[in-house]
Design a protein around this ligand. Structure first.
Ligand SMILES: *Cc1c(COP(=O)(O)O)cnc(C)c1O
Length: 324
C-alpha cells in the first residue's frame, strides 16, 4: 500500500506514530465520539505538524546537495522555527526570512527558539506576509552568488514534497483505526498554508478511508484554501503516482477571529474546554480556532454537518501558547 511513499527519500525527525487517543470527557461534553490525533507529540523540539513535512523536505534538500536552508514566516511561525531546528540536526545552517521588523521587546516564543537554534534572521521590513516568499527567493539568489547551495522553501513548507508528510500520516492513521476498530466519519484540522490538509486530502483520494477531511481556515479565504489544497494534493499525488482528489476539499470559514496569529474568544473557549476535559493544550491560533469551528458546527451554526465519530488533529504550536 505504501510503496510509492517508501521510494521517496525521507529523513527521520519525528517520534512516530503519534498517539491516537480517545477523548471520553470531551466526547461526553459534546455528545459525539471524539478522538485526538496527537501531532503535538511529533517529538522534534516541542513537536507539531510541521515535523512530518520536514522529513521529506529536508531529505529532498540533502538529495539536491544543498548546504543551507532558506525559508521563513512571521516571527511566531511554528514552521520557520521547526525548519531551522530540523536543518541543524543534519548540519545545515538556516536563514529565516521574517516579515516586518524585529519586535521591540526582543525575541520571544518561536522567534526566541529560532535564535536558540542558531538561525540567521532576516527581516523584510515590509508588514505584508507575502514579502517573505519574495525574500526567500532573494536570499537564495544572494547565497548562490556567494557559491553556496541553498534549498529555498516558501512559507509553511506547503509543497507537493512537504505534503508527503501528511500522506504518510494518513496511512499511519488508517493503521491505527484498523487496530482500534473505530470508524470515524470526519477528520478535523486547522488549515493555514494548506500543506497538512493537502497531504491528508491526497491520502484520502488514495485510501478512501470512509471519513471526510474538514479544514477550518485560520488565515486565508476558504476559496483560496480549496484551490491551494487541491493543487498541492495533486502535486503530492503526482510524486507518488496515486489518484488525484475527485472533488473540491471541504474548508470552513468564519473562525479566524480578528487576524491570523491572534487568539480569538471562540478559540480560547474551545481550548479551555479541551484542557479542562482532556488535559491537552490546543495552540491559540490554529488548533483552538479549528476546535471552535467543530464546536459551532456541532451546534448547527455552520453549513458543515458534523458526521461522528470525529478525529481532531492536534497540530502543536506549543511556543505560541505564551505569545499569541
Ligand atoms: C502550520 C500549522 C497548522 C496548519 O498547517 P498548514 O500545513 O500550514 O495548513 C496548524 N497548526 C499549527 C500548530 C501549525 O503550526
Amino acid at each position: 500500500m505504501s510503496g510509492g511513499l517508501l521510494d521517496v527519500p525521507r529523513v527521520r525527525l519525528g517520534t512516530l506514530p503519534t498517539p491516537l487517543q480517545p477523548a471520553p470527557r470531551l466526547s461526553d461534553a459534546l455528545g459525539v465520539e471524539i478522538w485526538l490525533k496527537r501531532d503535538d507529540l511529533t517529538g522534534l523540539g516541542l513537536g507539531g505538524n510541521k515535523v512530518r513535512g520536514l522529513e521529506y523536505l529536508l531529505a529532498d534538500a540533502l538529495a539536491q546537495g544543498a548546504d543551507c536552508l532558506v525559508t521563513g514566516g512571521g516571527p511566531q511561525s511554528n514552521w520557520a522555527m521547526l525548519a531551522a531546528l530540523a536543518a541543524r540536526t543534519r548540519g545545515l545552517d538556516t536563514t529565516l526570512v521574517t516579515f516586518g521588523s524585529p519586535p521591540p521587546q526582543g525575541p520571544v516564543g518561536n522567534h526566541a527558539l529560532a535564535v536558540l537554534a542558531g538561525a540567521t534572521l532576516h527581516f523584510t521590513g515590509d508588514d505584508d506576509r507575502s514579502s517573505v516568499d519574495r525574500g526567500v527567493d532573494a536570499v537564495c539568489a544572494d547565497l548562490r552568488a556567494q557559491g553556496r547551495r541553498p534549498y529555498g522553501v516558501h512559507r509553511g513548507g506547503a509543497t507537493g514534497v512537504g505534503a508527503l508528510g501528511y500522506v504518510a500520516a494518513g496511512l499511519e492513521l488508517a493503521e491505527q483505526l484498523q487496530e482500534n476498530g473505530s470508524r470515524p466519519r470526519s477528520l478535523w484540522l486547522a488549515t493555514g498554508s494548506c500543506g497538512t490538509h493537502a497531504g491528508l486530502a491526497a491520502a484520502h483520494a488514495w485510501l478512501r478511508p470512509g471519513y471526510d477531511v474538514v479544514g477550518v481556515t485560520v488565515s486565508r479565504p476558504a476559496e483560496e484554501c480549496r484551490e491551494r489544497v487541491r493543487r498541492i494534493a495533486d502535486d503530492a499525488a503526482a510524486i507518488l503516482g496515486t489518484p488525484a482528489q475527485p472533488g473540491p476539499p471541504t474548508v470552513l470559514d468564519g473562525f479566524l477571529g480578528t487576524a491570523k496569529g491572534r487568539r480569538s474568544p471562540a478559540g480560547d473557549e474551545a481550548a479551555s474546554l479541551v484542557a479542562r476535559t482532556e488535559g491537552v493544550f490546543l495552540d491559540p491560533v490554529f488548533a483552538a480556532k479549528a476546535m471552535a469551528g467543530l464546536l459551532a458546527s456541532l451546534r448547527g451554526e455552520t453549513d458543515v454537518a458534523v458526521a461522528g465519530p470525529v478525529v481532531f488533529l492536534v497540530t502543536g504550536g506549543a511556543p505560541t501558547l505564551f505569545t499569541a
